[in-house]
Every structure is written in structure tokens, then in C-alpha cells.
Design a protein around this ligand. Structure first.
Ligand code: AMP
Length: 211
């Protein structure tokens, strides 16, 4: 199945007022290099990887064989999906690349990794993760705020993992450091199906409650 995302700011064809529809063929997943303490989050990552494979969506990720990111990648591979890992040379030892990735791209810096992950992906999905995950996510949100791209960004708020971040986003808007429509820069999903629905619609979903 091929997913499509509406790119609301893109050009329209002459005589056609419909927004451009872009196929989602590849997804960048940001998630933890740790497993966390809740085993259901690891299962969620596994199901997400399998769901990408089932939909024929290529998974782009940091390349490591560890933590939730390794879990998602290995699940996609096990189900016949394509997985592209982008790994800085300096992290080859500590992040232990998954041996079976379809393509492992070794780059010279973290900046190059992030750029390649951005370039290759049609959209971004954020699973539970730590500080690195947060850094990558905020960068994609702020790049979208600056108009550098209009690719969908979905926060997978499984079991309310990202609620504190969503509360912080609310605080930033409430205190006048971002426009209220900055909430439109990302969407929030609570389930695997919800992630793919949000990607398809690329519409805001200011929902905070845990599903
Ligand atoms: P973490 O969420 O901290 O477990 O990290 C998840 C992934 O993000 C790992 O592959 C890290 O290498 C990567 N990462 C950590 N710090 C950064 C950063 N400053 N920029 C981009 N990626 C990072």
C-alpha cells in the first residue's frame, strides 16, 4: 500500500485548486538508543518497524543495532522491508550498526547524518527516545517553522510518553515565544494506525490524552 501526504503549502497545478499530494515512500524514524524501562515501548517500536515493511515504506534511521531504534529496524528487516542506516564513523563502535540493514551509509559527522536522514525521508516519526531523539525532533520541527521543508512530523505519543514535551510546547506558546499555529508543525498519534493516518493527512492534531 502506498501512503500519500497532503502538502498544504505546495504549488498547485494550473486550474487545479487541490493541494499537491505526495507519496510517502520513506520514513525517518527517530527513537531511543536505549530500551527504556517499559517493555511495551519496545513492542511498539517493533510493531512500527513491521508496519513500515507491510506498507512498503523504506525506513531511514541512524543505523544502530541498539535500543528501540535497533528494534524497529530489525523488525522491518525481518518482515522484508528496506532499511537505510546513516551512521557517523565515530559512532560505529558505540552504536553497533545492525548487520542486516539494506544499506549502511557511513558519514563523517553527526551533521552529515542528520542531513542525509532529512534528505532521504518523506516524513518523520518520533518514537520514545532520549536526548538525541529530542534533538533530532526539535530540529525537524524548527526547520519546518523556518519554512525549510513541509514534510510531516508525527510524534508517536504511545502511553503518553511525549506528554511532558507537548506541555512544554503549550507553555512556549502561552508565554509568547511561539505562535499558536506552531502546533501545526507536528502531529500527534497514539497508535501505529494513528501514525499512518496522521502521515496521510499531514494535519494538526492537538490531542494530549493517552489513548
Ligand atoms: P537517544 O535518544 O539519546 O538514545 O539517541 C538516539 C539517537 O540520536 C542515537 O543514534 C544518537 O546517536 C543520536 N543522537 C544523539 N545526540 C544527537 C545529536 N545531538 N544530534 C543528532 N543525533 C543525536
Amino acid at each position: 500500500m502506498l501512503l500519500v501526504a497532503m502538502n498544504k503549502n505546495h504549488e498547485v497545478n494550473a486550474g487545479n485548486v487541490e493541494p499537491q499530494v505526495t507519496a510517502i515512500r520513506s520514513l525517518c524514524v527517530y527513537c531511543g538508543s536505549w530500551r527504556g524501562i517499559d517493555p511495551s515501548l519496545e513492542q511498539f517500536a517493533r510493531t512500527f518497524g513491521s508496519a513500515c515493511a507491510a506498507r512498503g515504506i523504506e525506513l531511514i534511521y541512524g543505523g544502530g543495532g541498539i535500543g528501540l531504534m535497533g528494534t524497529a529496524a530489525e523488525a522491518a528487516l525481518a518482515d522484508g522491508g528496506r532499511v537505510i542506516g546513516i551512521m557517523p564513523r565515530s559512532l560505529l563502535e558505540s552504536e553497533a550498526p545492525s548487520p542486516d540493514v539494506t544499506e549502511l551509509v557511513i558519514v563523517d559527522s553527526m551533521h552529515e547524518r542528520k542531513k542525509q536522514m532529512f534528505d532521504r525521508a518523506d516524513g518523520f516519526v518520533v518514537l520514545p527516545g532520549g536526548l538525541g531523539t529530542l534533538d533530532e525532533t526539535i530540529e525537524m520541527i524548527t526547520w519546518r517553522q523556518l519554512g525549510f521543508h513541509d514534510k510531516p512530523i508525527v510524534l508517536a505519543n504511545y502511553r503518553g510518553y511525549w506528554n511532558p514535551l507537548l506541555t512544554l510546547f503549550d507553555h512556549i506558546v502561552a508565554t509568547g515565544f511561539a505562535q499558536p499555529d506552531s502546533h501545526d508543525l507536528y502531529t500527534v498519534a497514539h497508535s501505529i494506525d494513528g501514525i499512518f493516518e496522521r502521515l496521510t493527512a499531514n494535519v494538526p492534531s492537538p490531542i494530549r490524552a493517552t489513548a
